[in-house]
Design a protein around this ligand. Structure first.
Ligand SMILES: Nc1ncnc2c1ncn2[C@@H]1O[C@H](COP(=O)(O)OP(=O)(O)OP(=O)(O)O)[C@@H](O)[C@H]1O
Ligand SMILES: [Mg+2]
Length: 350
């Protein structure tokens, strides 16, 4: 099943009985606070346009109340937009009739929740096949599919356990198995990992990345955590007060933060895990001396490979193995410790 991307276009959500009446005022610049004070309506989302790539993970970040859940719930239309479009595979989800919407929700989307949302009286396998039960899929078939995904998330042997017999991380694996068993193209994960202990959380990120490398679903992943966003996101959108204040790759955001708020946010990031070789490499000098390094390798990986090879420089190669640049250890160290204004300029020029 080929994945499709999700195009969110000029989406506004104003909570309250007469939301539509205030769209023009909001467009004209009325703030969330003013809208609330003067009219008792809540600005949920303001003019959101995000292109969520097919088969990629789009991370939505932002502080509490910035509109992340409101946004993700528009994708399966648990929330009706005030105006705007959410286009998937050529269709605006916001305009689907009830029957199409039901089909879309059932077959194209799956959600993974922070609180796991497992049914306490159902076993792991019964929870996993719950969606298929609702669709009327025969038990033999649903059990076969359910068992496969339970194994893939690393829970074999726990099929007949109940949720309260499992740790938080294991419960979240069940949540993921349940979502995957539905075989939906779109995976919606609203703070799915936020309740987990840090180490378990990193494990679960790995589970998702490993599965995603093979499944290539269109994933929308909400988090408060920048490290998680940078690790998972092919693309990251940062919201504040219902608006997108920056969107791009993790590298773009770390190298050229759009404002002081994001600058403060990305200051503590381990740049070596985000910045890629191609961003800071120097021109190739024609001397074929040094280890080969992929252009999209992170600086951390680059430093490791160069050091392990007992050398001080590497040849950066494109996907076809052709040399495109040079990278040496001093350059790597400089880029890891200094805000790379030079790199940012370079990226802007690309
Ligand atoms: N049904 C609703 N009615 C009125 N206001 C709402 C409703 N749902 C959300 N809001 C408001 O919309 C804004 C965005 O809320 P939302 O839940 O999307 O934020 P969030 O980024 O998911 O926050 P959190 O990180 O706490 O989950 C908030 O100001 C919230 O109070
Ligand atoms: Mg939320």
């Amino acid at each position: 099943m080929a994945s499709h991307g999700i195009e969110i276009r000029n989406l506004y959500k104003i909570f309250g009985p007469r939301g539509r009446d205030y769209v023009e005022s909001v467009k004209a610049g009325m703030t969330k606070a003013e809208l609330n004070e003067k009219h008792g309506h809540v600005l949920g989302l303001k003019d959101i346009s995000i292109s969520m790539p097919a088969g990629g993970i789009t991370v939505v970040m932002g502080l509490s109340g910035s509109g992340k859940s409101t946004l993700i719930r528009h994708i399966n239309r648990l929330i009706e937009p005030t105006i705007g479009e959410v286009v998937y595979d050529g269709t605006d989800i916001c305009r689907m009739n009830e029957k199409d919407l039901r089909e879309f929700r059932r077959h194209k989307t799956a959600m993974v929740f922070q609180k796991f949302a497992l049914l306490p009286h159902r076993t792991v396998i019964e929870n996993t096949v719950y969606g298929l039960d609702i669709q009327g899929v025969p038990r033999a078939e649903s059990t076969r599919r359910g068992r496969y995904w339970i194994e893939r998330v690393g829970l074999s042997g726990f099929e007949n356990h109940y949720p309260n017999q499992l740790s938080g991380g294991m419960q979240q694996r069940v949540g993921l198995a349940r979502a995957l068993t539905n075989d939906a193209d779109i995976l919606l994960m609203d703070e799915a990992y936020s309740a987990l202990d840090p180490l378990i959380r990193v494990d679960m990120q790995t589970v998702l990345l490993d599965l995603q490398a093979e499944l290539k679903k269109t994933v929308v992943f909400i988090t408060h955590d920048l490290d998680e966003a940078l690790r998972l996101g092919d693309k990251i959108a940062i919201l504040r007060d219902g608006k997108v204040i920056q969107q791009g790759t993790g590298q773009e955001i770390v190298l050229s933060p759009a404002d002081d708020y994001i600058t403060a946010f990305v200051k503590e990031v381990n740049r070596g895990r985000v910045i890629q070789a191609r961003t800071v490499m120097r021109p190739f000098d024609g001397i074929m001396d040094g280890v080969r390094l992929a252009a999209n390798a992170t600086l951390e990986t680059a430093a490791k490979q160069i050091t392990e090879a007992g050398q001080s420089r590497a040849i950066v190669a494109d996907e076809n193995g052709a040399p495109v640049g040079l990278l040496d250890l001093p350059t790597i160290i400089a880029a890891m410790v200094t805000p790379a204004s030079h790199s940012a300029e370079k990226m802007a020029a690309e």
